[in-house]
Ligand binder design. Structure first.
Ligand code: NI
Length: 420
């Protein structure tokens, strides 16, 4: 066989190596290339201006991490022992996010189908992708879907792509930290990879890698509290959600909305949405729609879209969830100030769980062969209890301008804060 090698420069891993021409064909399918047009962190770029990296860069990064893991495990444990299983591991890493749409976590709140549903459909139904996968064999695509849906048939590949110690997290923590410019997400990737062991059909962590794993779990904790659940980002997500909700409601009621065909197919609510329809939607579709909607005759839609484009986001207020009287008073004040309360007054609780030990904890293998769940051997990990924070989101004008109504809003918002 002619030697094949592509080396891609990467800000996280320095070099991404593709030594299998079949993987290179996958990278070059339009389903994978589409991920260049979807930001990895959705609206986070409105909080951290560097967060412009795409899901494509993360997918390549997850692939490269898997390649290194597979190289290490092959050297030490002789796994994978076939080209087919190596390809299964590498392609699972490359394709695990292929079903993501623009602002997908927001999108999923108003449109009922989860990105994982689309990942499965794209792998099975997209003709170009399917024909590359079929080069391995006819069962390959469904085995790949099985891995991503955790069917248990290929436990090592499955754990390496979807567990608490998987290549997906390893790449996105480092990549998101780099691009947002924070230092929290750092950990020693090479050391963590070398610490992986195979034992009793399970991917485990060698005792010697304990501190590296702690660093990785802490990285996850900090990235959640400081970046992923940043109140400004959550507020931007809510704004995107309200824009899409208003536009789809108007459109379903038969009112005139400048709705791109690609979105119309999705909002029509039929089960008839094809993979082709779905793949036609990327972030440019939404960004362009927002620009058109900012000139809509509907005041609410136009104002919400304008706010997003000009980054006039909702102001977050961290406080306990309002009781029903407080909600009613906030809604009344919003209405009096000219804001439709259904679209301008909202709240959300954000939960952080850096590590969950129940069911699928990380297993630590000691030198004498004993196996312990990570939180049993690490005080640091044990101390990271799941936590949540409630945030209320309002237009800044409801809090900042001078006026009797704003005073009313402030007194409602602050009253509970002081007493809690
Ligand atoms: Ni991912």
């Amino acid at each position: 066989m002619v030697h094949f090698e592509k080396v891609l420069k990467d800000p996280v891993h320095d070099e991404i190596r593709v030594d299998d021409p079949w993987i290179w064909q996958l990278v070059n399918t339009s389903a994978v290339q589409r991920l260049r047009r979807i930001r990895q962190l959705g609206t986070s770029y409105l909080t951290f201006h560097g967060a412009e990296h795409s899901r494509f860069t993360h997918s390549l990064g997850a692939y490269e991490t898997m390649r290194r893991v597979v190289e290490h495990l092959h050297r030490e444990y002789g796994w994978p022992d076939s080209t087919r299983e190596r390809r299964l591991a590498l392609s699972a890493a490359l394709l695990h996010d292929v079903g993501h749409g623009p602002f997908s976590h927001t999108f999923e709140r108003i449109y009922p189908l989860h990105h994982e549903h689309w990942t499965k459909r794209i792998i099975l139904e997209d003709q170009e992708l399917r024909s590359v996968l079929n080069q391995v064999d006819e069962a390959f695509a469904s085995d790949l879907v099985g891995v991503l849906q955790k069917d248990g048939k290929f436990p090592y590949v499955q754990q390496l792509i979807t567990s608490q110690l998987d290549v997906d997290r390893m790449d996105y923590l480092l990549r998101d930290a780099l691009h947002t410019g924070v230092t929290y997400g750092r950990f020693e990737l090479a050391r963590l990879v070398r610490s992986l062991a195979l034992h009793e059909g399970t991917v485990m962590l060698k005792q010697s890698g304990l501190h590296t794993a702690e660093q990785y779990i802490l990285a996850r904790y900090f990235m959640y509290t400081q970046v992923y659940l940043h109140p400004v980002t959550v507020g931007s997500d809510i704004l995107v959600g309200q824009i899409l909700r208003r536009a789809s409601e108007l459109w379903r009621e038969g009112q005139w909305v400048d709705m791109p065909d690609e979105l119309a197919a999705l909002f029509s609510g039929e089960d008839q949405v094809t993979v082709e329809d779905y793949l036609a939607i990327d972030e440019s579709t939404l960004q362009y729609a927002f620009r058109r909607w900012s000139k809509s005759e509907d005041r609410v839609l136009a104002n919400l879209a304008r706010r997003f484009l000009d980054r006039k986001l909702f102001a977050p207020v961290i406080r306990p969830e309002p009781n029903s009287e407080e909600w009613a008073a906030l809604r009344t004040a919003a209405r009096a100030l000219g804001f439709h309360p259904d679209y301008y007054v909202s709240g959300r609780s954000s939960e952080v769980a850096a590590y969950v030990y129940r069911g699928e904890g990380i297993l630590v293998l000691s030198d004498d062969g004993r196996v312990n769940e990570l939180s049993r051997v690490s005080k640091i990990v044990r101390s990271l209890n799941p936590d949540s924070e409630y945030r209320l989101f309002l237009p800044k004008e409801m809090l900042e301008s001078e006026g009797p109504l704003q005073h009313r809003v402030l007194s409602i918002v602050q009253a509970k804060q002081e007493s809690s």
